[in-house]
Design a protein around this ligand. Sequence first.
Ligand code: ZN
Ligand code: ZN
Ligand code: FE
Length: 752
Amino acid sequence: MNERIKIVIRGAVQGVGFRPFVYRLASELGIKGWIINSSQGVFIEAEAEGCTLDMFISRLQSDRPKNSFIQSFEHSVLDYFGYENFEIRESTESGVKTALVLPDVSTCSDCLEEVFDPSNRRYLYPFTNCTNCGPRFSIIQRLPYDRNNTTMGEFEMCPECKAEYKDPSNRRFHAEPTACPVCGPQLTLLDSTGKPISEKHSALMEAVRQIKNGKTIALKGIGGFQLLCDARSSDAVKLLRSRKRRSEKPFALMFPNMDDIKIECEVSAAEERLLTSVESPIVLLRRKKGVTSGISSETAKGNPYYGIMLPYSPLRHILMKELGFPIIATSGNISEEPICIDEFEALEKLRGIADFYLVHNRKIQRHVDDSIARIAEGREMLIRRARGYAPLPVSIKGLDSSFLAFGPHLKNTIAVNKGNNVFISQHIGDLENIESINAFKRVACDLQNFYAITPEKAICDLHPEYISTKFAKELNTELDQVQHHYAHVLSCMAENEIEGDVLGVSWDGTGYGSDGTIWGGEFIIPQGRDFERAAYLKPFRLPGGEQAIREVWRIGFALLYDVFGAEVFRLTNIEFIHRIRQVLYIKQMLDKNINSPVTSSMGRLFDGVSAILGIRSTASFEAQAAMELEFAAAEVNTNDYFKYNIELLPEGTYVVDWHVTLKELVKELNGDVHSDILSAKFHNTLSEVITDVAKRCGLEKVVLTGGCFQNKYLLERSIRRLREEKFKVYWHQRVPTNDGGISLGQIKYSSF
Ligand code: ZN
Ligand code: ZN
Ligand code: FE
């Protein structure tokens, strides 16, 4: 099938023969489209068969001209346009040019060679970088990007570094963070009380020894602290879990090299490219079956995926080479607070968690977490957009003034725009504690200062109690409030560059609805500043509100009670029904309607069904029950699906009624059908619901958005079913489908 991809490359790709190179490559592969070179980067649109485009993408990187380098390479799939040839277009830049702040770039191969060359003066120097690589966003204090405007400003260059910095023929010509062992930052190892015990390379070697001993090291990295320990040692991982009070949520891993990853996981060509990209995110990889894993089972219990990254800074390269085995590399924070960025904060917050602190004297200006990505339906899909990506812009057409969008409550990001460039902040997190709220305020100032923007309008969520809403309301500026699920739809439309009539399927855990109830299973047809709620999931209740999100069996009970009434107690195959005292208590809550908010949330339906199937009755982290339901479905292959009802309300809105679905599910559960099969059938039912509603609405374009579409099984199945019925399907690629994408949708809203 012919596809169109859009590629944005940033770095020194100007004036090095890049355009002719791209032209020749496109001609050789028979690709149609165009290339433009501008101050904002190189923009390419290419059309061909999918596999030809894959080759184009990989050869753009591997065969590029010698003197070119790439600091960011983003691509996404767009609707086929039908170009007739490939041309070099002239850049038509007008108006104000925005200086871009580049993200932190993973170590380039030249620097890596130097670091491991005993005859080089930067041998084993962990802060080696050059014009092509190294820290950027995490060290910039203000623009323009000069050394004195970064946290490297306080390091005086030695004569040798200065000579390189001033030599136009040198790779370090104007490499602002350049450094060497003589003049640059150095490592120190602190004990758990903060007392320095070792310096420089021996600090690193001592840290290596301690990790081998099963100790936990807090490492001051690029964008903040990380906690490291031996991933092979169940004792070490268990200890870290108990200290961090993180019982089950999977830990990310860092592997020394690709070969070792391939022993543990299935790695496709697209996944390998992502792992070794300049952005170097954590990639979710499927664990190999039937392999005795070298990784402790404590790392990602009940999860068929590992989140894995490769070393991306010289410090990590040296560390991993010395260790030679995979380590846990998880964020250095307490529960959901932002990651620590300085030693004092780390010593206080990580007390009792870290045994040692491997720190250095280069200041981190702002927190930047590791990004997380996965491949779904053959395309990259960012789940968390931070290191390597933030704060590069996403462009939207038709923005004539500047806006500031405050994002949602969970997985918060903020966005501002200057003309068509929308700058989405790094991942901030859940605004549930004072540290996250402070980070939120800092980032809001940060973004405006960077781009010298005085927004004409602020945009926030509709929820009156969100911190982000309250904060936006306190500003003395015009304010738009955008319904959460509509913002999801607009976000997905914006990044796929589509306009006009679409059906938005906006499914997630929680969002404040226009009617004041909690929404989350929404079918939305955009109408400019307004939208039509074309369909929604039949609402149910959450006994205990927030508590039901953890104790998901409460949702399971509420669903069954809705369907079966008092007969629910006759159901024998439901595990939680036997906890009779607890269940009766919940029944009372529902009967008397005490603290049982109504919701149409699809995420919560997943939670409830997970409990009903006996897969998970209590969740220790957000979406755990729903995720395990997905993993169960992925174990089997069935094309069957349950029935469901769709009823049409007088106002022309469809209600998706899951009562039949649950009745059949419970019947099969009593007939001892395996929960994996039931889970698959439940997922398939939902893909059918989407297809069915899409047919009734009769719009050609269908947009899949919201946190539920992080579910690979649901996403891929829905795409396939919709395509079979000749719909055009769109989902997220560069911007998270979860609430991390809301701020982009809010900005898009203001263009109306
Ligand atoms: Zn380099
Ligand atoms: Zn130097
Ligand atoms: Fe959401």
